[in-house]
Write a protein that binds this ligand. Structure first.
Ligand SMILES: [Ca+2]
Ligand SMILES: [Ca+2]
Ligand SMILES: [Ca+2]
Ligand SMILES: [Ca+2]
Length: 417
C-alpha cells in the first residue's frame, strides 16, 4: 500500500491564513452558527483501519433509516438524491445564475414545507457535490473552491447547516468524486487529477479524513465514474478512455483496487448508469448518439451480459428513475425536439411496460426525484420562461400533474441545481 500525503496535503502554514479568511466569509454567507471551526484534518496511515468484509455476506445495502420505501439504496441514498431533512422525499436545490444565491426547498409533493437561502457564491469559483458524510440520511455538501483548492464539508440538518469544517487544500486540477469505498454508508472522496492522471482516496468519517491513499496514476484520456459493479456496497470505479473507447473497472475494497479490462466501445457510445434488474449492481445503458441504438450491460462483478434494446432517434434523452417502486430502475425518455415523453418500465433488459405520457413544450426541462416519498420516482418540470413549474406524480405508467403554486413560483434566473 502506497502512502504519499505530499501530493494532496500541502504545506498547511501557507494557506492557513487564507483559509481562515475564507472561513469568515463562509460564516457570513451560510448565515448560521457553527459548532466546529477547526481546519485540522486527521490523516492516519492507511493501515487495515477497516475490517475486511467478505463478499458472500453481502449485500448489506438496504439503507437503514431511510424513510423512503423504495428497496433500492441507489434511489434513496441521501448522498445521491437530495433529501436534507431525511423524510424520504426528494428536496430541490436552486441556483440564481445572476446573484449566485443557492436556495434549498424541502418538498412534500408540490408543497414547499420549508426553504432557506444558503447564501451567495461566485459560481465560477465554487463548485459543490451532494454527499452524506455522517450517514444520517440527510444530504450534506462538499464545497470546493476551484481556484484556491479549498474544500469545505457542510453537514446539513434540514435547511440548517449543522456544522462545517475546512479540510486540507487540494490543488486546482483535482476533481472530487463522491463515493463510499468501505461500505460504511459515509461518503468518501475519490480525487482525480485530469491534467496529470493522478488518483487518491480520502476515507471519511463525518468531517474527519481517516486515511488518505494515493492510487496508481492513470492515462489522462481516462475519465472516472463511480459505480458498484459487484453490489457489495463498496464503490467501484469505471474508467472510460475518451480517445480509444477502452473501458476498465477498478473493484475497490477500501483503498485497494483490483483492475479488470472490459470490452471497448467506440466514442459514439455514451453511458447512463442504472440498475435495471434491481440486484444493487450498477448496470450501464449504452446509447449511440449517432445511430440512436441502445444496449444494456447487466453487470455482475467482472461478468458482463450485453443485450440490445430498442433504437430511439438521437433527439431522445434518457433519464433513470423507478416509476413502480420495484427497485428496478426504469428509463424516462424525453424528446428535446418535439417535447414527447415516454417511460419504459424495465425488468432487466426487457421493457415490461411502456408508458405513453403527455407531451410538453420542448422548452421544459425534467428533473427526476421522489417528491411524494412513496418510493415511485416523479418528474419535476421546470418552465424557465413562464415559471409555471409542475410535478408529474408517477404511479407506474400513470402520470398525475400538479402545479407549483403561484406563491412559490421562482423567477427565470433560478435554475435547478
Ligand atoms: Ca426531504
Ligand atoms: Ca448527512
Ligand atoms: Ca443490476
Ligand atoms: Ca421499476
Amino acid at each position: 500500500m502506497f502512502e504519499n500525503k505530499s501530493a494532496l496535503s500541502l504545506d498547511t502554514s501557507s494557506w492557513a491564513k487564507e483559509s481562515l479568511e475564507k472561513t469568515e466569509v463562509l460564516t457570513t454567507s451560510l448565515n448560521t452558527s457553527t459548532t466546529n471551526r477547526s481546519s485540522a484534518v486527521t490523516v492516519k496511515d492507511n493501515e487495515s483501519f477497516f475490517p475486511e468484509i467478505p463478499t458472500d455476506s453481502l449485500p448489506t445495502l438496504p439503507s437503514i433509516g431511510s424513510s423512503n420505501p423504495n428497496p433500492n439504496p441507489y434511489l434513496t441514498s441521501a448522498a445521491i438524491v437530495p433529501d436534507f431533512n431525511g423524510d424520504g422525499k426528494t428536496d430541490k436545490m436552486w441556483v440564481n445564475v445572476q446573484t449566485g444565491e443557492i436556495l434549498v426547498r424541502l418538498m412534500n409533493g408540490t408543497q414547499i414545507i420549508e426553504q432557506a437561502s444558503l447564501g451567495q457564491y461566485y459560481l465560477n469559483t465554487w463548485s459543490y457535490k451532494t454527499a452524506d458524510f455522517n450517514s444520517d440520511n440527510k444530504t450534506d455538501f462538499l464545497l470546493r473552491n476551484e481556484q484556491t483548492g479549498e474544500n469545505v464539508v457542510v453537514l446539513m440538518d434540514g435547511i440548517k447547516v449543522a456544522t462545517y469544517l475546512t479540510l486540507d487544500r487540494v490543488d486546482p486540477g483535482w476533481t472530487a468524486n463522491i463515493s463510499d469505498f468501505n461500505g460504511d454508508r459515509k461518503t468518501d472522496i475519490f480525487w482525480h487529477n485530469g491534467q496529470t492522471g493522478q488518483n487518491a482516496i480520502w476515507q471519511m468519517d463525518s468531517t474527519t479524513v481517516t486515511s488518505a491513499t494515493v492510487l496508481e496514476t492513470t492515462d489522462v484520456a481516462l475519465t472516472a465514474t463511480i459505480v458498484d459493479f459487484d453490489g457489495n456496497g463498496n464503490s467501484d470505479i469505471f474508467w472510460r478512455n475518451n480517445t480509444t473507447g477502452e473501458n476498465t473497472a477498478w473493484f475497490m475494497d477500501s483503498s485497494e483496487a483490483t483492475k479488470y479490462d472490459l470490452q471497448s466501445q467506440d466514442l459514439s457510445w455514451t453511458t447512463t448508469l442504472g440498475d435495471f434488474n434491481g440486484d444493487y449492481k450498477t448496470d450501464i445503458l449504452w446509447r449511440n448518439t449517432a445511430s440512436g441504438e441502445n444496449k444494456i450491460w447487466t453487470m455482475n462483478g467482472v461478468f458482463v451480459t450485453e443485450d440490445t434494446i430498442n433504437t430511439l432517434s438521437s433527439d431522445w434523452n434518457a433519464k433513470i428513475g423507478d416509476f413502480n417502486s420495484d427497485g428496478k430502475t426504469d428509463i424516462f425518455w424525453h424528446n428535446v425536439t418535439s417535447g414527447e415523453n415516454t417511460a419504459w418500465l424495465m425488468d432487466g433488459t426487457n421493457v415490461s411496460s411502456e408508458a405513453f405520457l403527455p407531451s410538453n413544450s420542448a422548452g421544459l426541462t425534467a428533473s427526476l426525484g421522489d417528491f411524494t416519498g412513496d418510493g415511485k420516482t416523479d418528474v419535476y418540470w421546470r418552465d424557465q420562461e413562464t415559471s409555471a413549474d409542475k410535478i408529474w406524480n408517477m404511479d407506474g405508467t400513470l402520470a398525475t400533474e400538479n402545479l407549483i403554486s403561484d406563491a412559490d413560483k421562482l423567477t427565470p434566473e433560478w435554475y435547478t441545481a
